[in-house]
Ligand binder design. Structure first.
Ligand code: CIR
Length: 258
């Protein structure tokens, strides 16, 4: 099934080495290697039949390659978020022009302060959106998101987060009623209705796989997850994200798919 036609990515900047990190995966990113991994990521996406818009690196924002966070792009509307991390908040102003190339102004909405929202907290399941209430996404941001989605005939429900940075750090939807779940998401009642594939704790990072038009891109180094995704019948592409992982970033964080 072809669902996505377009992808937006942003090249990592040299300041990537100063990006926000929880320290869960120690070390500073190697910029040259990060660039190579980004090249491979773009190639993988192209193999999934999407056109890829590559935005230039922005040195003012160390984390700006994690382009999923400043916007949410749906079939009916685009939402410019209001990132809760102060060092990332200005990224919302830099994504607008790219979004306007694909959405007319009357279909673009903006999350307004004091509401905060980051795209990594939003998981799309058809026309329903699960949104994580996190250190980055607050109650008012979720309220505004719910209102905007309703305006365009879509729904939203809140998921309480306890451990992870973003909702999609630990749970990702692979279409066809299939969800990859790890850690705190394994027994969340709201996900019981899906076919849940439980990720072993030592491979928790790989809960962040992305489905792109019936191919699933899987991070390198997670054999159990790769085998599980293959067993589901998906074509897979493996991409190394080691340098982004050091900043708690994964495959979904690096693109907007729509
Ligand atoms: C941050 O802490 O904001 C970045 N270092 C990582 C962002 C990951 N993005 C995502 O999960 N959507």
């Amino acid at each position: 099934m072809k669902k996505f036609n377009h992808v937006i990515v942003r090249r990592p900047c040299r300041a990537l080495t100063e990006g926000i990190t929880s320290g869960l995966f120690p070390g500073k990113p190697n910029y040259e290697l990060a660039l190579k991994q980004h090249d491979a990521y773009i190639e993988a996406l192209k193999e999934c039949g999407v056109d890829v818009t590559v935005l230039p690196a922005d040195e003012r924002y160390p984390d700006s390659c994690f382009v999923e966070d400043p916007a949410l792009l749906t079939r009916a509307c685009a939402i410019i978020t209001n990132p809760g991390a102060p060092s990332r908040n200005g990224e919302k102003d830099e994504i607008i022009d790219a979004v306007r190339k694909f959405y007319p102004e009357e279909k673009i909405r903006y999350i307004q302060a004091p509401g905060t929202l980051e795209g990594g907290d939003v998981m799309m399941v058809g026309d329903h959106f699960y949104v994580g209430r996190s250190a980055r996404t607050n109650e008012e941001g979720i309220r505004q998101l719910t209102e905007i989605l309703a305006e365009f005939g879509m729904t939203c429900s809140e998921v309480h987060l306890e451990e992870v940075l973003h909702l999609k750090t630990g749970v990702n939807y692979l279409e066809n009623n299939i969800m990859l779940v790890s850690g705190e998401f394994v027994d969340k009642p709201e996900f019981m209705k899906y076919h849940r594939v439980q990720i072993p704790e030592e491979e928790a990072y790989a809960a962040n796989c992305i489905w792109v038009n019936d191919t699933v891109i899987v991070p390198e180094g997670y054999p159990a997850v790769l085998a599980a995704v293959k067993d589901l019948g998906y074509r897979t592409i493996v991409v190394d994200t080691s340098e982004y992982r050091k900043l708690d970033g994964g495959l979904s964080c690096l693109s907007l798919r729509f």
